[in-house]
Design a protein around this ligand. Structure first.
Ligand SMILES: [Zn+2]
Ligand SMILES: [Zn+2]
Length: 764
């Protein structure tokens, strides 16, 4: 008999278990709740949060983010046996049932924290049947989730009045602090609000709330839940009726993260200390600049250690509607001015076609109708590459761009992360290097950070992560070093004039930029620790005569470095083993020969830099007074001497002549020479037969025609590809516009003697 009853119970129990198991399968626990997107800084502090899809301030809360006192108090108040029961507390249920029957009607009490979580997840009418389902659901939650997880859900979902949910949101909105930093009084206050969130709202009904709070403090004192002294302090602590605004630190940064990254809680690398310094400096700086019709600026700060974004100001003041403070200047496309020049010089160093002391021409040049000028409207003849970069000269840069390969360089910029340039590479022209293109401050600063990391370009690290991010080598370590070396020189024209305290000069490499029409002022700088980009201008695109990179952007760049780079580490980039020093001819920057009179030291990259010998000076036979040239066939017995003369680039020579700049010129050839003139006719001195001309298609660039003639010749006649062109007198300059790739040039003198040269012209 007993056995049968036992069996019957066992079957019933087993069927209940199977039934529950099936129910669990058919009705899995529903715990999905949408949360506010929370963005935090490097140190975990809150930057901002965004409303959840159902318009709540509901921030997901983890237990370790909440003050242990608040957790202790809440468990004590709501569910003392929370850690012991299985979702339902049978004793409490029995007691509640009994008292409900006695009082009649009202269904209340006996809810464990787990059951409350069920209700918070799926609010339902309070009926006996719903209560029963809640209990089953609570049991289910306990089976699927740990106590820690259930408590986490509870703390995330508790109502705090209005659209505030969860203790995290409540801590920020009522006490302006994270839930880990609550005082005991604040913790107990938060504990009581959810009981009647709309009636106990701290910002509306503080009297009621405080009364409840004091009641519980006294109760806890009796129960000795916390030390008597801390409870006394809590009783005396005065709390204000307040609701703080939404936290919104680094607004442009947060909006950028919100738009580009998914997740409930997004931890970033933003450094609140650095951000605050940058914001204050930029705000004050632009405030002072407003008298100069300059209303905005943007700053991006990259920590070179891991390419993380630690400071980000999209505008000087997010809330300044008059100057479009809500536009994000970090990602706005603007003209870069001269800030791309270091990329070009680095590219040329990397290609081996340039070293710092090599010469570039700085003479008026027509690049197919494009006639760039320097910022000071001066020309300097020829200049070293490092001088041209440091002085941001335009003509040498455009020439270098042409020599380096314009399209290849644009491809390089594309690989360097310049999206707009990459998209427009088929329509951009040589003016790209002077700012005739579009870049963002983000792209530019990121690109400069590759100089600080041996030519390695990284993705910018916005989100906090430990592992290193992938990088691509876009330049050699050596060329990156050469750029850092040149750009760290402070003796240069873009040094701000009114910099007061020269002792506070940061050791950085930097470059400025000013866009056409003075619409944008740029300064980007780096040292081994940080790369900082500064843009100053107006979001409506208006220019200002004061907008120049050196005067408007550099002072802020220096201030930023001085206030941010404050550590002990003041190290500078180490010269890589592949960068060595060599002696070069001072006049050409090429390897010296015995004919070069002055030499200087220059850096070069082993197994990369061009090793060409200087051929500027050539040996010439002249008479003793240096007024006649001889060739080996007309050397007089009366005496002669050997002398060295420079053979300049024909365009530079012409510029010297046009500008009356004296240079050592080879004297005219011995007119009695039978070898040179006897029956052989004129000598074409320009164009020289080995010279290859690079000319932009459809340009108006012309080539000089010049010939040396024997005495007695009055007129000479020029033919191009055997067709008559023009006549001129010996020694006169005549020009022609090339239109073929191979041109035979013929010069005929009035004695019927002729000379020919064949030249090559490359159109691009
Ligand atoms: Zn030389
Ligand atoms: Zn001769």
């Amino acid at each position: 008999m007993k056995k049968r009853i036992f069996k019957k119970y066992l079957i019933t129990l087993l069927s209940i278990i199977v039934l529950l198991f099936l129910l669990d399968l058919i009705f899995p626990p529903k715990v999905e709740k949408s949360f506010s997107k929370v963005i935090t800084a490097k140190d975990g502090s809150l930057l901002t949060a965004y409303l959840s899809p159902d318009d709540k301030w509901r921030m997901q809360t983890k237990l370790d983010e909440v003050s242990p006192e608040l957790i202790k108090a809440i468990i004590n108040k709501e569910d003392k046996w929370f850690y012991w029961h299985l979702g339902v507390n049978p004793i409490a249920v029995a007691r509640a049932l009994f008292s409900n029957i006695i009082r009649g009607g009202r269904v209340s009490g006996a809810s464990t924290i787990t059951m409350q979580v069920v209700r918070l997840l799926n609010p339902k009418e309070r009926t006996y049947s719903n209560k029963f389902i809640e209990m089953l659901r609570a049991l289910q939650l306990e089976i699927h989730y740990s106590k820690k997880e259930i408590l986490g859900m509870y703390l995330s979902l508790l109502p705090f009045g209005g659209n505030i949910e969860g203790v995290k949101a409540a801590s920020y909105f009522y006490f302006n602090r994270p839930p880990s930093k609550l005082s005991l009084a604040q913790a107990i206050t938060l504990m009581v609000i959810p009981n009647d969130p709309n009636d106990l709202r701290l910002d509306l009904n503080i009297k009621n709330t405080l009364k409840k709070k004091d009641f519980w403090i006294r109760k806890f004192k009796k129960e000795k839940l916390f030390s008597a002294s801390s409870l006394d302090d809590a009783l005396n602590e005065s709390l204000n009726s307040n609701r703080y605004g939404r936290k919104f630190i680094a607004p442009h940064f947060c909006n950028y993260i919100n738009e580009n990254y998914r997740g409930t809680e997004i931890k970033t690398f933003l450094d609140p200390g650095i951000q605050q310094k940058a914001e204050v400096l930029l705000y004050n700086y632009i405030n002072r600049a407003k008298t100069k019709s300059i209303t905005n600026g943007a700053v991006l700060i990259i920590d070179n250690k891991n390419s993380s974004v630690v400071g980000y100001c999209g505008s000087a003041d997010y809330y300044d509607y008059n100057s479009s403070g809500q536009v994000n200047g970090v990602i706005s496309i603007r003209s870069p001015g001269s800030t791309l020049k270091p990329a070009l010089y680095a590219y040329a160093f990397n290609k081996g076609i340039l070293t710092p002391k090599m010469k570039l021409l700085d003479i008026p040049t027509d690049f197919g109708g494009y006639n760039p000028e320097n910022y000071d409207l001066k020309f300097r003849g020829d200049v070293t590459a490092e001088f041209a970069l440091m002085n941001s000269l335009n003509i040498p840069a455009v020439r270098l761009l042409q020599e380096s390969g314009f399209h290849e360089f644009l491809e390089f910029l594309g690989r360097g992360g310049f999206k707009e340039i990459n998209a427009q590479k088929n329509i951009l022209g040589l003016s790209t290097i002077l700012g005739g293109c579009g870049v963002t401050l983000e792209e530019l600063t990121r690109f400069y950070s590759c100089f600080a990391d041996g030519g390695k370009l990284h993705q910018l690290n916005y989100l906090y992560k430990k592992e290193n991010i992938k990088s691509t080598n876009i330049l050699s370590e050596s060329s990156a070093f050469l750029i850092a070396d040149i750009l760290s020189n402070n003796y240069r024209p873009d040094f701000p004039n009114d910099l007061l305290d020269l002792t506070r000069l940061p050791k950085i490499a930097w470059k400025t930029g000013t866009s056409y029409g003075k619409r944008d002022a740029w300064a980007v700088g780096f040292n081994p620790r940080y790369t900082i980009g500064v843009w100053i201008g107006n979001f409506n695109g208006k220019g200002s005569p004061y907008l120049s990179g050196s005067e408007m952007a550099v002072p802020l760049l220096f201030d930023l470095f001085n206030s941010i780079d404050v550590g002990q580490d003041k190290s500078w980039f180490k010269k890589p083993g592949s960068v060595l020093t060599r002696e070069v001819c001072a006049e050409t920057g090429l390897l010296p020969t015995k004919n070069c009179s002055h030499t200087v030291q220059d850096y070069y990259i082993v197994n990369c830099s061009l090793s060409k010998y200087c051929d500027l000076y050539k040996e010439v036979y002249v008479n003793l007074s240096g007024t006649l040239e001889y060739c080996p066939g007309c050397l007089p017995k009366s005496g002669y001497k050997k002398e060295y003369y420079p053979f300049y680039d024909p365009q530079l020579k012409l510029w010297y002549m046009q500008n009356d700049i004296a240079f050592k010129q080879v004297p005219i050839h011995n007119p009695d020479c039978q070898i040179k003139f006897g029956g052989k006719g004129p000598i074409i001195t320009s164009p020289s037969k080995d010279y290859e001309y690079f000319i932009e298609e459809d340009s108006n660039q012309e080539i000089l025609l010049q010939a040396a003639c024997g005495s007695g010749v009055k007129e000479i006649y020029w033919y191009l590809n055997d067709r008559y062109y023009k006549k001129s007198a010996p020694g006169k300059n005549l020009f022609f516009k090339p239109n073929k790739e191979k041109i035979k040039i013929t010069c005929l003198d009035d004695k019927g003697r002729d000379a020919n040269v064949l030249i090559k012209v490359k159109f691009y």
